[in-house]
Design a protein around this ligand. Sequence first.
Ligand SMILES: Nc1nc2c(ncn2[C@@H]2O[C@H](COP(=O)(O)OP(=O)(O)O)[C@@H](O)[C@H]2O)c(=O)[nH]1
Ligand SMILES: [Mg+2]
Length: 312
Amino acid sequence: MASQPAREWLGIQSLPGATQTKLHELLSKLKQEEVSTVTILVLGKGGVGKSSTVNSILGERVASVSAFQSEGLRPMMFSRSRAGFTLNIIDTPGLVEGGFVNDQALDIIKRFLLNKTIDVLLYVDRLDAYRVDSLDRQVIKAITDSFGKRIWRRGLLVFTHAQLSPPDGLEYAEFFARRSEALLKFIRLGARIKKQEFQDSMIPVVLAENSGRCKTNESGEKVLPDGTAWIPNLVKEITDVILNGSDAITVDQKLIDGPNPNDQGKFFIPLILAFQYFVVVKLIKGAIKNDTKNEKKPLWELRDMGLANRKF
Ligand SMILES: Nc1nc2c(ncn2[C@@H]2O[C@H](COP(=O)(O)OP(=O)(O)O)[C@@H](O)[C@H]2O)c(=O)[nH]1
Ligand SMILES: [Mg+2]
């Protein structure tokens, strides 16, 4: 798929000055580390705020936002460049349809990503959901099966709708901690990551509030209930993930067609079975051969050979 050349990132100028300064600092930090292109993949269920978050980061209304999940089927990549730095953000349709993971949607996303390198995965969900269920686990498993476990080393969990009043008189921090813990546990289970490994490289959890009614600070930056300006905070976490020493995920044909990247070993199973088959067939054939050798020749055969004349 031909990708259009990156447009100048004008949207950044619509963000408050304080945010622009912080973003520029982060971009130069990346450039110092010789990272000049960053590609962010945004995944999650439908209606959780993926497109809105893309728009918030870019400072432009480019991804179409809908309250009623009538998203298109195709992923969209928005590319913006700024001072020699290119940011690609890939917005995707929701991964769930009718209560199940939509494999077709996932397939389309994988094909779209062919020959692209994913630097960061933003897994988006709502903060104001009170339960995680088997569907969350299925979605996480589907992502893991498609891109491999290691995509989570490049993953960030983003909770939208961060400006909420927790239910049941819970403190905000307590509610956030519980919600994070519940979803992180599902990521660990869905991706089948060992507990220790998971704790050693904790997936960062970041809050976002895309609503136009989000509170702002004196500089006009949208803030979380604790006063953190969330856009620079999210971009900072993205930068940290890029520099955390793990590898980016390059999507090649092998990853798309190939065996489940988590089951590399299983690739050999057909070969092993074929090998066993040949060994067994050989053994059986050998056994039959021996049998025929040892077998007494039937009389008719002896007769045909002219050896049994007298006997008939
Ligand atoms: N209050 C609030 N609404 C949001 C937030 N993010 C998204 N929405 C709304 O949720 C609906 C779905 O958002 P959208 O970005 O289209 O979700 P997507 O399907 O995951 O791309 C839209 O009506 C958005 O305006 C948020 O952080 N806070
Ligand atoms: Mg969307």
